[in-house]
Design a protein around this ligand. Structure first.
Ligand SMILES: Cc1ncc(COP(=O)(O)O)c(C=O)c1O
Length: 340
């Protein structure tokens, strides 16, 4: 139970946290990875911690189906499908997105887990959020007419309830840093729909944990600091949490490369570097962009040599196989294919 809310614990926690020896030596820092990519279902990822809370709420309400929204290649949708499958529920994803021309990456995994994906086509001048709301209502009615009870989970699982999954992760990570005897650890995470960052921030502030939290935005926010503060205050409206000011949030938009899920050469280089140094796979949309941001912060002196950095690996590996990323990587990596 966290802040009065219950969850159904289906994860084997804590997730591992380990030092990346070759990268630490190469970069001149103490580099640790917190492996939330190694969570149990649907190939793993950060949304599973949020889903422990949503599942409890859904089952309490008698739901028989989980429905969520996101891009066609949503990781959150894939993990919602995984949890639904495990608990014998139906699942569906609604996305405002054109059909990508192939059933690859997360779409393939969604199908394997029997999740229905509804792709809504946007016409010029239409509002994306209105389209999404209308489609969610229509799909909900269709399934409820067939006798299902639909439980809706917002984009990225990022609301007051989902964020608690990362409140718990902050507590878990702080215990691991203590056990490992880490000095002034800086925990760095991706900021997408923000639930992960806000949950961690709430846990750190409320439990007085000795962790410095940094968020790296992977999509363009007009004012990322104002947005995180607004989200945090939404939590404060529900739970008793300490007041925080905009200046208390360490978040940056400096490494978002102007768009969400866009192919970026620097990011691919960061992914290859991690793969070649440590045998760990990052993705082009979230964790690769975040790791590239860390490398840039080191180059720019925004992270100190010798400091202790913990990057949260939030999963997302299927993103590697999304067509627009995969084709570029295939071209760049062709020299590794030898037909003899
Ligand atoms: C792999 C991965 N990492 C990070 C994030 C960002 O997490 P949040 O949306 O909670 O900011 C997401 C969100 O979809 C994700 O799929």
């Amino acid at each position: 139970m966290t802040l009065g809310k219950e969850k159904i614990s289906f994860l084997h926690l804590p997730t591992p946290m380990h030092r990346l020896d070759r990268i630490s030596a190469d970069l001149g820092v103490e580099f640790y990875l917190k492996r939330d990519d190694l969570t149990d279902f649907g190939t793993g990822g950060n949304k599973l911690r949020k889903l422990e809370y949503f599942l409890k709420d859904a089952l309490d309400q008698g739901a028989t189906m989980l429905l969520t929204v996101g891009g066609a290649q949503t990781n959150h949708g894939r993990l919602t499908a995984a949890v639904a499958a495990k608990y014998g529920l139906r699942s569906a994803i609604v996305a405002v997105d054109p059909y990508p021309g192939e059933v690859s990456a997360n779409l393939l995994l969604d199908g394997i887990m029997d999740c229905h994906v509804y792709l809504v086509q946007k016409l010029a001048g239409q509002s994306e959020s209105e389209l999404l709301d209308e489609a969610v209502q229509k799909i909900t009615e269709e399934w409820e007419d067939k006798g299902e009870k639909v439980y809706f989970i917002p984009m990225g699982g990022s609301n007051e309830l989902g964020a608690l999954g990362y409140y718990d992760c902050a507590v878990e990570t702080a215990a691991q840093t203590k056990e490992l005897g880490l000095k002034d650890p800086q925990l760095i995470t991706t900021v997408g729909s923000m639930g992960t960052y806000i949950g961690l921030a709430a846990g750190i502030a409320n439990e007085h944990l000795p962790l410095h939290l940094t968020g790296i935005g992977v999509l363009p926010y007009r004012d990322i600091r104002a947005s995180v503060k607004k989200y945090y205050d939404r939590l404060r409206a529900v739970y008793e949490l300490p007041a925080l000011e905009e200046g208390d949030f360490d978040v940056t938009s400096d490494y978002d490369y102007g768009a969400y899920n866009n192919p970026v050469e620097d990011v691919r280089r960061a992914i290859y570097y991690m793969g070649r140094m440590e045998g760990i796979i990052l993705d082009p949309c979230y964790t690769g962009k975040t790791f590239n941001g860390i490398l840039k912060m080191l180059e720019e002196g925004r992270l100190r040599p010798g400091s202790t950095i913990i990057m949260l690996h939030t999963g997302g590996m299927p993103g590697i196989y999304t067509k627009h990323h995969r084709l570029l990587m295939e071209e760049e990596l062709m020299d590794h294919i030898h037909v003899i």
